[in-house]
Design a protein around this ligand. Structure first.
Ligand SMILES: [Mg+2]
Length: 221
């Protein structure tokens, strides 16, 4: 059952559902609420946690979508990213295009709308992920990753930004060298630029896979 001390094999993790209630409203603004929630753990201990929740509601099990917009129809595939100023960290961030789902929208419509507004591009949806949490120790906010193959017939993409997206710029980066390009950009602008954790993990995964798969291929020879 245990593969090493304290570590279980992945397929027998016990996960239980806990009834959780809001025990205190700690504060609120125009977009966000700060709450304290309460639940009883399996040993009957009452526990509390502080969290941040978005006020904007969607009918889905997630409140946002993140878009992997890939330009495939060229020799070296590229990914479309956005760079924007993020007041909570006081710096610009490189991120996937993303946004909140409007109350009556489907996931598909929200993804293509956000992609079009933020980057001017549109495309065809290839797949939609299960719900993914953003920062589960801090916030209830969740997303689905929508893979989009970009339509290249639109050769003059035009953004349609909201007022609070005043800083948003679009960049296209070759997927083959994504990890290295992100590192280059961060080195160039080290005082003022951060890489979003989801994007970093995606890029690092591609980078690490090259080594891991290369090792595997060599070991098999
Ligand atoms: Mg956005």
């Amino acid at each position: 059952m245990y593969s090493e001390k304290g570590t279980r094999d992945f397929n027998i993790i016990p996960v239980e559902k806990f009834n959780q209630c809001i025990s205190k409203k700690l504060g609120f603004g125009d977009w966000l609420e700060l709450e304290e929630v309460e639940y009883i753990d399996p040993t009957n201990v009452k526990r509390n946690w502080e969290l941040c929740r978005r006020k904007k509601k969607s009918k889905h099990d997630v409140d946002a979508i993140d878009i992997h917009a890939i330009i495939k129809n060229i020799n070296s595939p590229q990914i479309i990213l956005v760079v924007q100023y993020r007041p909570p960290v006081g710096k610009y961030c490189i991120e996937f295009p993303s946004g909140l789902i409007d109350p009556e929208e489907s996931i598909e419509v929200a993804a293509l709308r956000e992609l079009r507004e933020e980057t001017g591009y549109t495309g065809k949806i290839q797949s939609i992920s299960d719900p993914i949490c953003y920062e589960p120790g801090l916030s209830s906010s969740m997303t689905r990753i929508v893979d989009v193959e970009v339509d290249l017939t639109n050769d003059s993409p035009t953004q349609n930004l909201e007022d609070d997206e005043w800083s948003l710029q679009v960049i296209k980066v070759p997927i083959e060298s994504l990890y290295e390009k992100l590192q280059e950009l961060q080195k160039q602008h080290s005082e003022n630029l951060l890489i979003d954790s989801r994007l970093y993990t995606y890029a690092y995964g591609l980078h690490a896979a090259k080594d891991l798969l290369y090792c595997k291929a060599n070991n098999n020879n």
